[in-house]
Design a protein around this ligand. Structure first.
Ligand SMILES: *Cc1c(COP(=O)(O)O)cnc(C)c1O
Length: 395
């Protein structure tokens, strides 16, 4: 079994997996370690592309801003969704042509706009008139998307509270843009992360079609782009819909758009979550109140920060296949009592130094990790990276 198939098998929770490769990676690189399998990134991209044909997928760098993810996706023909100057610098260093990127942070400093423009990215997002007016100085160079908000109580992270204008306000922003000579290219929305069903997108797409009609009825130039955002869910738990079924209502709603409208999406989590496993080791242990506590070299302040910030659910495995299981606690290394990764988890007896493997760790994990207490963040290593993308860059 190759490392890839092992990691894919782990990612799909098809145990048992080959423990030898996990052990050799851990002894070669040390722990805590994050292993990023670019083959899984590739596969996730293809799955989503198949579920959303004719949609240009812009990978949102936020959940895992790693150069190997960028180069792998570039070789697959992906586009990129950037939100910060650091993300601009990352795709630029990998050689992503700027016309494959958009800058989607709804609130930007003038220096952020300049930074993206100097790279060559000229599509930006606004959700209010104050932001729109920042673009007067660049009106000959930029095209904007208006971000519309659709409340979504049903997701892990409801982003509609923080960004996006009310659907009723979009026409007003488009009118003002026309007055000041700034081009509006289209509309965007983001329903929130790890969304439960595709229905939210379908409703949002239909409301956006209405807005596009209002814009034309008012006599403004027709909008040519619809950006349906990210939020596509991964199987942290078995009840999550497979992506093709999840996207069915979205495909149906998109079919109602005029053919001239280009549709784009900004997937983040879906592309990377299953592509990374975490390998941690047991630093020490103690029996406390009838449970064995294992103190790992990675925790809440490290790669497991998503347990705080993202409410994700990960699955943890050990390589030791002993059948006798005990109620155990997995704690992180820091001296803080909230640094606990899993409680009442059934595990065999572990020795100090033994490895603990956690799957589905690609999204919103190491990017939100800290060095609290001077515990170093896990190293991220990439396997099965893309090598050739020269032709894509020049295409
Ligand atoms: C975070 C973010 C994304 C990615 O969301 P996922 O849920 O990870 O797919 C896409 N677009 C915007 C604007 C974001 O802020």
């Amino acid at each position: 079994m190759s490392v890839t198939s092992i990691i894919s098998a782990i990612a799909e929770n098809n145990l048992p997996f080959d423990s030898e490769n996990i052990e050799s990676l851990a002894s070669r690189y040390g722990t805590p370690l994050m292993v990023l399998d670019c083959d899984v990134v590739r596969q996730q991209f293809r799955n989503l592309q198949q579920a959303l044909p004719n949609v240009d997928l812009h990978y949102a760098l936020k959940p895992l801003p790693h150069p190997a993810v960028v180069s792998t996706l570039l070789a697959e023909g992906a586009y990129f969704d950037l939100a910060t100057n650091g993300e601009v610098d990352l795709v630029s260093s990998v050689g992503v042509p700027a016309d494959r990127t958009i800058q989607t942070h709804p609130i930007k400093r003038d220096s952020d706009i300049k930074h993206a423009l100097s790279y060559g990215c000229n599509v930006f997002v606004v959700d209010n008139v104050n932001e729109l007016e920042k673009f007067v100085a660049y009106k000959d160079d930029v095209e904007l998307l208006i971000r519309v908000s659709f409340p979504n109580a049903d997701v892990l992270a409801d982003l509609s509270k923080k960004f996006g204008c009310k659907p009723e306000a979009a026409l007003e922003i488009a009118k003002r843009a026309f007055e000041i000579g700034v081009r509006i290219k289209g509309l965007s929305f983001h329903v929130g992360s790890q969304t439960k069903t595709g229905d939210k997108y379908a409703t949002a797409v239909r409301r956006c079609i209405d807005i596009m009609n209002e814009v034309v009825d008012f006599g403004l130039p027709a909008l040519s782009t619809l950006d349906i955002g990210g939020g596509f869910p991964v199987q942290y738990t078995p009840d999550v819909l497979p992506i093709s079924i999840f996207c069915k209502p979205i495909r149906e709603a998109l079919a109602e758009l005029p053919e001239t409208v280009r549709v784009i999406a900004e997937p983040g989590r879906y592309i990377v979550a299953p592509a990374v496993i975490n390998i941690a080791s047991v630093m020490g242990q103690s029996d406390r109140n009838g449970q064995t506590w294992y103190y790992l070299d990675d925790g809440i302040y490290g790669s497991f920060s998503g347990l705080m910030f993202d409410e994700a659910k990960y699955q943890t495995f050990v390589l030791n296949s002993s059948q006798e299981l005990f109620s155990s606690v997995l704690a992180g290394p820091t001296c803080d009592s909230i640094d606990v990764v899993a409680e009442q988890i059934m595990l065999p007896k572990l020795s100090n130094g033994e490895l603990v493997v956690t799957t589905m760790m690609g999204a919103y994990t190491c990017c939100t990790a800290t060095d609290f207490n001077f515990f170093k963040r896990a190293e991220v290593i990439a396997i099965n990276e893309a090598v050739v993308f020269e032709d894509i860059i020049t295409a």
